[in-house]
Ligand binder design. Structure first.
Ligand SMILES: [Mn+2]
Length: 305
């Protein structure tokens, strides 16, 4: 595992349906993210926050809210993320709403093309985020990043990173999904996205789910985790804009993170949709930090390596 970590704060809620995810980066810092990682011998550099346009809070235009602003934030993140990867560092994106997955993952995909690495994206989320303007009435782009990355969406977004589509659907594994619109579901199936929804996790267990999701990951794999905090059950993680009941429990989430850590292939991470305005005494941020700690190898049990 790479030991040099860069934290990139992206303080915006430009693609969200509720305000407040713009405060996510600071809440993760306050919850002690850097110190927790350093306690495991990792070297952490906080790059501070990226800059971008303010949120004008306008209705959709031709099916998209804030398209120009979303493109600007994602272009900035793409550039920052790619620079970190080129230096051989492990970037952690402190979101920000999940539209930022476009800039982040397009940068990871570009880096993989340049270095001959095989990409695997684990998308931990309550939602498939595979909407398009014709499918979603809200026009909130945080419901669209996976579709955009796979080439479905407006050119200012699908073109970020210099190759359209930025990724193919077969590199993605979605885990924890429990809220998909009818039209979105059709598109997910057409695209051939591999989805481990909550029904699958209920029936097969988190261990089997993660074994399947990590199948084929090898020493040449760049593993990117896009962690939408609404993946977690709202009972334990109330601080998100779009809570959906019936998510993974604390132990299931820990096991998920531990099994990712066990691969030793984690090479970049997004932590998205944390909304301090809806949180209770920063507990969701603290839980996110706790889970990130497991993602970087803290094991609850005493295990021989
Ligand atoms: Mn999401």
């Amino acid at each position: 595992m790479q030991l040099d970590i860069s934290l990139i704060g992206v303080p915006t809620d430009i693609g969200a349906g509720a305000r407040g995810a713009s405060m996510g980066p600071e809440a993760l810092r306050v919850a002690g993210l850097a110190a927790v990682l350093e306690s495991h011998g990792l070297r952490v550099t906080d790059r501070g926050n990226l800059n971008g346009p303010a949120n004008p809070w306008l209705p959709p235009i031709e099916g998209y809210r804030h398209l120009a602003e979303v493109a600007a934030w994602n272009q900035a993140l793409h550039t920052a993320m790619h620079a970190e990867l080129r230096q051989g560092r492990l970037p952690i994106v402190l979101g920000g709403d999940h539209c930022l997955g476009i800039g982040s993952i397009s940068a990871v995909a570009r880096h993989c093309r340049e270095t001959g690495k095989k990409l695997r994206v684990l998308w931990l989320d309550a939602h498939a985020d595979f909407n398009t303007a014709s499918l979603t009435p809200s026009g909130n782009i945080h419901g669209m990043p996976v579709a955009v990355l796979c080439g479905h969406g407006p050119e200012p977004l699908t073109g970020i990173g210099g190759q359209t589509p930025a990724i193919t659907a077969d590199v993605v594994r979605q885990i924890g999904i429990r809220s998909v619109d009818a039209g979105e579901k059709r598109l997910v199936h057409e695209a051939g996205l591999e989805v481990f929804d909550m029904r699958y996790i209920d029936e097969m267990g988190m261990r089997h789910t993660m074994e399947q999701a990590l199948l084929g990951v090898d020493e040449n794999t760049h593993l990117h985790v896009s962690f939408d905090v609404d993946f977690l059950d709202p009972e334990i993680a109330p601080g998100v804009g779009t809570t959906i009941p019936g998510g993974p429990t604390y132990r299931e989430a820990q096991l998920c993170m531990e099994m990712i850590a066990d691969t030793g292939r984690l090479a970049s991470l997004d932590v998205m949709e944390l909304n301090p305005a809806l949180d209770v005494r920063n507990r969701t941020a603290e839980l996110a930090v706790d889970l990130i700690e497991s993602l970087f190898g803290k094991s609850t049990l005493m295990r021989k390596k």
